[in-house]
Write a protein that binds this ligand. Structure first.
Ligand code: G1P
Length: 286
């Protein structure tokens, strides 16, 4: 088996919860303070050994490509007097490749992942990263998934315990027996009613998948809303070779929601002494 060096970033979503901001700005470019969500996700991937970034895009997302373009003229200008700004323009190391694949129609996460099929070799596993799951952790959240997937060759997903009332916003698994932070999965359901949830472990937007998942995706029927769900293909993988889950070690913010986005910004701001001071002052005076 090859090393895991490719990651798929589905970025074709509409970002309706952030309209009107997302009329012209892809939701993945919304910043946590000064850095867009997609850049955090890309940095995490590169740190975990990813060398090819596959963006599954919609027509209006050219700004994501622009964000990762080098700006040699401006860089040179800043390099003399403002080197700290010059560094901020380096959004992608030179060895990393970018590929942009149009999704065509917004037919769900599973459909988005399927668009990467021709870019992944038969004997290759690949990562899928949802940039709006913003993760703060001392350890890279993707690395343990890659390690578990390399050891087992199984589709491997990231999970965390989610409050009951939020379970119906996520894929939810039934774990078998945890060995440290890894378990085999005996059930997975997309956005169940709370009463039907097989546990309180929700799926987070980090996956490492084998090529076989494309076959399962092609056999997956659209759901009631016309979308092809990745979760349904993972259910088939579970019934076939098996599926495993790794507990997230870190704090996740659901930046697909306004609440999660604001909390993520606050969390990162509080790590900066100046911003922390201003925020604490502002809160005290309220
Ligand atoms: C998607 C997946 C869901 C997963 C979630 C993680 O849902 O379909 O299984 O739990 O990402 O963020 P979405 O957030 O696109 O509705």
């Amino acid at each position: 088996m090859k090393n895991i060096t490719k990651a798929v970033f589905p970025v074709g979503g509409m970002g309706t919860r952030f309209l009107p901001a997302t009329k012209s700005i892809p939701k993945e470019l919304l910043p946590i303070i000064d850095k867009p969500l997609i850049q955090y996700a890309v940095e995490e991937a590169i740190e975990a050994g990813i060398e090819t970034l596959i963006f599954i895009t919609s027509a209006s997302k050219h700004a994501i490509s622009d964000h990762f373009d080098p700006m040699p003229d401006l860089r040179e200008k800043f390099a003399k007097n403002k080197p700290h700004l010059a560094e901020k323009l380096d959004t992608l190391p030179l060895h990393v490749k970018r590929v942009f694949v149009p999704q065509g129609q917004p037919l769900g996460l599973g459909h988005a992942v399927l668009q990467a099929e021709t870019l992944i070799d038969e004997d290759e596993m690949f990562a899928v990263i949802l940039a709006d799951d913003f993760i703060q952790s001392d350890d890279n959240p993707l690395k343990p998934l890659i390690q578990a997937a390399e050891n087992s060759q199984l589709a491997t997903i990231s999970v965390e315990q989610v409050a009951q009332e939020r379970l119906s916003s996520y894929g939810v698994i039934a774990p078998k027996t945890w060995e440290k932070d890894v378990t085999q999965v005996s059930d997975i359901v997309e956005k169940p009613a709370v009463a039907d949830a097989p546990s309180d472990f929700g799926v987070i937007g980090r996956y490492v998948l084998p090529h076989a998942v494309f076959d399962y995706l092609k056999q997956t029927q659209s759901d009631k809303s016309g979308e092809i769900q990745l979760t349904d293909a993972l259910f088939s993988a579970m019934k076939g070779e098996g599926l495993q889950a790794v507990k997230l070690n870190g704090q996740r913010f659901d930046c697909g929601s306004q609440e999660g986005f604001v909390l993520a910004n606050l969390h990162v701001a509080m790590q900066d002494e100046d911003l922390k001071h201003s925020i604490n002052q502002a809160l005290r005076s309220n």
